[in-house]
Ligand binder design. Structure first.
Ligand code: HEM
Length: 283
């Protein structure tokens, strides 16, 4: 499943297929914000969801968005709620939302199967069956992939974009998007740790961790460590040295074989959003 996802969001796919869609989407999404009070938190949430939806199902995205978006927001709330399965709880609403999402996506896939038209978007690639070397994904696997893409690129992309706007506001002279994204991600640390399981007994700083233990590597702590001089300061210049990104303490996107596969895609989306935001508006 990870392999199928990686193929879908590889640098070549981003360059050839996804960036034009992201660009088109951001250009129209960031329209008509003049002379209005804009709630950046709400807007960045919508942006992250709608941008992914456009990449997944470009032709149908505008027609399904109205029905899909509220269900998706309920699903997200449900996944981070107390597991109390009673009417009226976010947990119950999350399960109901998941059922509704499965229905919406199921219908979308059905319609595409019936029409037989080819689509150059993520769903089109997931449904393709003209390559015998590839493992053909089942209906449920396709839906799982779509929910994974929507979910993983939601809170991460929306919160980084929102906080980048805040830091740009606090430091109006800095307009270099990539470094803004790294420094914002470090200070905000949206995914504050990664989960791993020990495959053998190991010793760390005098402590023995038995085989099979689940450990949580709290990366937030590393991001605020004096490894980064004056760690609480928003300082873009620390990223001037490109080597910083390749150091072992750079854990914004996790590390090792499970490192975030959406790193480049996330950066492309946030950069495009910030580009249109700072070139079109003053606030
Ligand atoms: C600013 C944006 C993002 C940040 C900061 C971020 C961060 C992370 C982190 C820290 C992990 C855990 C990695 C590990 O265990 O070593 C992760 C995993 C993951 N991310 Fe992202 N992510 C971002 C955007 C995205 C996007 C746009 C996608 C879209 C597909 C995505 C898909 C995933 C997936 C599928 C995993 C699980 C990978 C696995 O366990 O094999 N991420 N992300």
């Amino acid at each position: 499943m990870r392999g199928a996802l990686l193929a879908l969001i590889s640098p070549t796919m981003i360059r050839q297929q996804l960036l034009p869609k992201i660009n088109e989407f951001m250009r129209s999404f960031l329209c008509n914000w003049d002379n209005k009070v804009i709630n950046i938190q709400d807007k960045t949430k919508e942006m992250a969801f709608l941008s992914s939806l456009k990449q997944i199902a470009s032709t149908e995205s505008s027609s399904v968005a109205k029905e899909f978006m509220p269900e998706f927001f309920k699903l997200v709330l449900g996944t981070l709620s107390l597991p109390i399965d009673l009417p009226g709880t976010n947990y119950r609403a999350g399960f109901q939302a998941r059922k509704n999402i499965l229905k919406i996506l199921g219908q979308l896939i059905e319609q595409r199967r019936e029409s037989e038209a080819s689509h150059k978007d993520m769903l089109g690639y997931l449904m393709r069956n003209d390559d015998s070397n590839r493992h053909k994904l089942s209906h449920d696997e396709i839906i799982d992939q779509i929910i994974t893409i929507l979910y993983s690129g939601y809170e991460t992309v929306s919160t980084t974009s929102m906080m980048a706007v805040k830091y740009l506001h606090d430091h109006p002279t800095v307009l270099e998007e990539l470094r803004v994204i790294f420094e914002t991600s470090r200070l905000v640390t949206i995914v504050n740790g990664v989960l791993r399981k020990t495959t053998r007994e190991m010793e760390l700083n005098g402590f023995v961790i038995p085989k099979g233990w689940r450990i949580y590597v709290y990366t937030r702590e590393i991001n605020y460590d004096p490894l980064y001089p004056d760690p609480l300061a928003f300082n873009l210049w620390r990223w001037m040295d490109k080597g910083l990104e390749s150091q072992s303490n750079f854990l914004i996107f996790g590390g090792g074989t499970r490192q975030c596969p959406g790193k480049e895609l996330g950066i492309a989306e946030i950069s495009t959003f910030l580009h249109y935001f700072v070139t079109r508006y003053r606030w």
